[in-house]
Design a protein around this ligand. Sequence first.
Ligand code: PEP
Ligand code: MN
Length: 267
Amino acid sequence: LVSRDFHPDDTVVQVGNAKFGSKQVVVIAGPCAVEGHEQVMQAARVVHDLGLMVLRGGAYKPRTSPYSFQGMGVEGLKILAEARERFGLMVVTEAVDRESLNYVAEWADIIQIGARNMQNFELLKAAGHSNKPVLLKRGLSATIDEWLMAAEYIAANGNPNIILCERGIRTYETKTRNTLDLSAIPVVKQLSHLPIIIDPSHSTGQWSWVAPMARAAVAAGADGLIIEAHPNPTEALSDGPQSLSLPHLSELVESLRPIAEAIGRTL
Ligand code: PEP
Ligand code: MN
């Protein structure tokens, strides 16, 4: 179902006014984790003022250490929903199991399936039964074929609205948190009709490397980006080192516009 052989035309996944897989480059931005009301509202205001349409923020956090901040859960989803009402933004947030998926589907506009759950087949099936679009991240060490087969699980269970997200893969390199596989953009576009976006934050792990990779991704034809940004990155409870400050987010977004225009797209 996700193969270009069976569906030659690009799939456009529309969420509010955001159209993934169209001439628009959809930039999603916001904090790694929802930490509180003020933090989300400050980020959402900047996202809105930049003319962006989608806010990110994790309420359920799949952390490497059980002692790290695990997220605010439903309280976090409610804060995101308030930001959506206040600023007219669409919201994407991660579901980590069937229970959180039900809450995310109720409160958010896009269900994120994280890298660590890319092959959680029961979760993929449940996302397939949902009526909300799914942002499917590539697994930490997944091949493109495995990733597309994970998308197939969602499609085969009834949900055709899938956005793929390359977020860096494990290689021998340790300077960067992961290795961003930009070639996934043309490869996925040849193999599949689904939109593909790039996460320059989790792939690099370092805020100062986010902008160059984001610009490269737009130039390479990505349908969008998902970028971590925080009102005060040094105080962030999750992924501070890779989070852009809000002024740096603004600077980056402005620098992306001419690149998008040069290849006939809007941002
Ligand atoms: C995230 O987007 O917050 C996240 C946990 O990403 P990934 O699943 O790609 O590690
Ligand atoms: Mn993160």
